[in-house]
Design a protein around this ligand. Sequence first.
Ligand code: SF4
Length: 358
Amino acid sequence: MLALLNNELIKMEYNNKIMLMDSKSDIIYYTDKNKTYRRTLMNDIIEIKIHNNIRKIRYLNENEKINIVNDFYNNVRKLSEKYDFLNENIKNYDYLYKRSTDLIKIYNEKIPIVPPDQYFSLYIRISYGCPWNKCTFCNLYKKENYNIINFSSLKEQVNNLKLYFGDSIKSRKGIFLGDANAINIKNDILIKYIKYINDNFNLPLYAFSDAFTTPFNDNDFDLLKKYNMKRIYIGVESGSKEILKILNKKMDLGIAIKFINNIKKHNINVGLIFMSGFGNYNHVNDTINFIKNINLGRGDIVYISPIKEYSGFNKIIMENNIDNSIEIKNNQFMELREGISELYNIPAVLYDVNESLY
Ligand code: SF4
């Protein structure tokens, strides 16, 4: 039996169950036997288990969510008999549901995706959607018109987030700037926004970027660094020109290399995202050859994301004779990981887009 409050996070152990919530009672993780449940701030609960060395994930339905949440808070109740401070953390499913709807109202809608190491950052939307929004494999921002929020909306959002999180904001270790391409904003506006965010939170900043529209912007990476930009995540997807064409990612690989190395030159880390699952194509070799041209090092990370099928993209996969079977996805994942570890001493890990919810 154990309950520890540290930096507004409450870690608990009860009957071999491991539980984590923040001081606002928002459930974060719950591990029971061989299953772990991660609750997102948008109130999805994802069941994660390893079966025959394969990681399997599943979204719980509404009834299952209620059962898990009840189970979690029942354990908190039992622990509160020994740890008085937990009394105020005994909540129920309705409480969590309301928390998530209040947060969605602040952002205007659910946050579609974050990188896997950014689940515990504070998401701040400085732009909506994606300025390109035409990659054949991506349906994340289809409902969205690309837009940059105005300064007064940013101030209102920051204020609302502070009220929403209260002291539990101290459990957030960074700021993720949304949405898909937050640094693709006119330089003076971007600097004004991140300076304001930095003045309010003084936490490291993270953001996605593409490598085919943003390189032509006038990004001042010295100033981004000065105002706490820590890592920029770039979806490269493949080092193969042929595959990029199929994906409708209008990226010149040479320009992408220069852009990424330029970010690195300013001591800002990168997170590079590549896909796996392009059987019948020279994806692995071309991607490793691409990565060889980047000066990766400490603080950088490579993510490998298995192709996620959806109806529009399935047609493209079939038309181009892409073998995206599970075996190919897994094999290419392993081959890319091994190839990267031969080149650099940095993590090369899974990015499962089904799991990467805020
Ligand atoms: S650039 Fe990124 S967010 Fe935009 S459509 Fe392509 S994959 Fe999606």
